[in-house]
Design a binder for this molecule. Structure first.
Ligand code: ADP
Length: 370
């Protein structure tokens, strides 16, 4: 089998060490390494900018520019380079930090063998190419979602509109079941528009970068209410909430989450006056927010299934919907490191609960990496 040729860059200030790694890589039977060397971080970075490097063996304790600083700067390259960090004995904390900062692996300089270094380099290259393939697939999915959102919605809108004109024109000529069929086509086109909207807002969450900030939950509830104004009025619904806490998260996403829960609370309710009560309870590290309704409720066996995309418990004849509302809620809560669940008794209403961390996400990240 033909061996592959890759450029491998060794960044280490010790000439002896560089020579040692060369020797260990030479016996590799699976690849031919074209080895390039740099004795400091800046030169190493310049080399990466001037050519595509397949993998870097990076010494942690470089003079001036240490290994972690080089890792940071590598992020600005137009391509992703696999990095194996080489650390001294007892430097596990640094090794963990290196992995968190983007290195694919670390090796202890004290017990390097040819097998260990070769395996590590091959794995690092594989991990990066796997990640690149995933990113490519996600980009393809995203462009499909964009087509769905823009290109498909346009004809669906036209069908709905033209149908309306047609119906106005021939209203008095419609005979037999034609009127009924016309109504069914019109409902189907409305449902198609609704589905396209739900799918595109669900997939939009994937690509959108969450903008975390502090905001009062009251403000998000108010925004959600104003987005639901028409349905609130039409159904005579009321939304009650005490003063809610300041939370840290993406306000647009949390508003969307509340809007879906309040909207469902009103939709899945047969009472004269649908009523939604929103409360917050403080725990050690998080807030638990509850959204309670006086609607139809549901059987216990469905309480988990309803968060799965496209899972619906009713037909469109009973209640309109796409089955993406709660899946979107779950995705939003996941993105805030929280949990969402539902407590319900059939015929007695449902309470949806979700948690939001009290501390800022940055603080969480700092704590985790400390
Ligand atoms: P959709 O409302 O578009 O069907 P959702 O994902 O929002 O989709 O909800 C999934 C299913 O969960 C719904 O079809 C409904 O059967 C059930 N459900 C959601 N919210 C409630 C609620 N507040 N009360 C009762 N059932 C609900």
């Amino acid at each position: 089998m033909k061996k592959e040729t890759h450029h491998i860059l060794i960044i280490d200030d010790s000439e002896d060490d560089r020579l040692f790694y060369r020797r260990l890589l030479r016996t590799d039977t699976e690849a031919d390494w074209e080895i390039i060397e740099a004795d400091n971080g800046s030169d190493g970075l310049d080399i990466c900018r001037s050519m595509v490097i397949s993998c870097i063996l990076l010494d942690y304790s470089l003079p001036g520019h240490n290994g972690l600083a080089v890792l940071e700067e590598l992020k600005s390259l137009p391509y992703a380079v696999p990095v194996v960090m080489l650390t001294g004995q007892g430097n596990e904390v640094i090794a963990v930090k290196a992995l968190q900062e983007g290195a694919q692996d670390y090796l202890n300089k004290g017990d390097l063998t040819a097998e260990a270094i070769q395996r590590s380099v091959h794995n690092a290259i594989e991990v990066i190419s796997f990640k690149a393939r995933i990113e490519e697939q996600q980009a393809e999915l995203q462009s499909f979602a964009n087509v769905l959102a823009h290109d498909l919605k346009e004809p669906a809108r036209s069908i709905a509109l033209l149908l309306k004109y047609l119906k106005d024109d021939i209203a008095d000529k419609l005979e037999g079941k034609s009127d009924k069929y016309m109504g069914m086509i019109s409902d189907a086109s409305e449902r198609m528009i609704q589905l396209i909207d739900s799918v595109s807002s669900y997939t939009f969450l994937e690509k959108s970068v969450a903008k975390h900030e502090e905001f009062t939950l009251d403000a998000a509830v108010e925004d959600a209410k104003s987005n639901l104004d028409a349905v609130l009025q039409e159904r005579n619904a009321i939304v009650i909430y005490d003063s809610l806490p300041i939370v840290y998260g993406d306000k647009w996403q949390i508003t969307q989450l509340l809007q879906n829960l309040i909207g469902n609370g009103i939709k899945y309710c047969r009472n004269e006056v649908p009523s939604i009560v929103i409360k917050a309870t403080e725990n050690d590290n998080e807030w638990t927010i509850s959204v309670r309704d006086n609607g139809i409720g549901m059987k216990e066996e469905y309480l988990k299934q309803i968060f799965v995309a496209f899972k619906r418990l009713h037909t469109n004849q009973e209640f309109d919907g796409t089955g993406l509302g709660l899946a979107t809620c779950k995705k939003i809560v996941d993105r805030h490191d929280g949990e969402i669940w539902c407590e319900s008794v059939e015929g007695e209403g449902s309470t949806f609960l979700f948690t939001l961390p009290k501390v800022k996400v940055q603080e969480l990240e700092e704590q985790q990496s400390a």
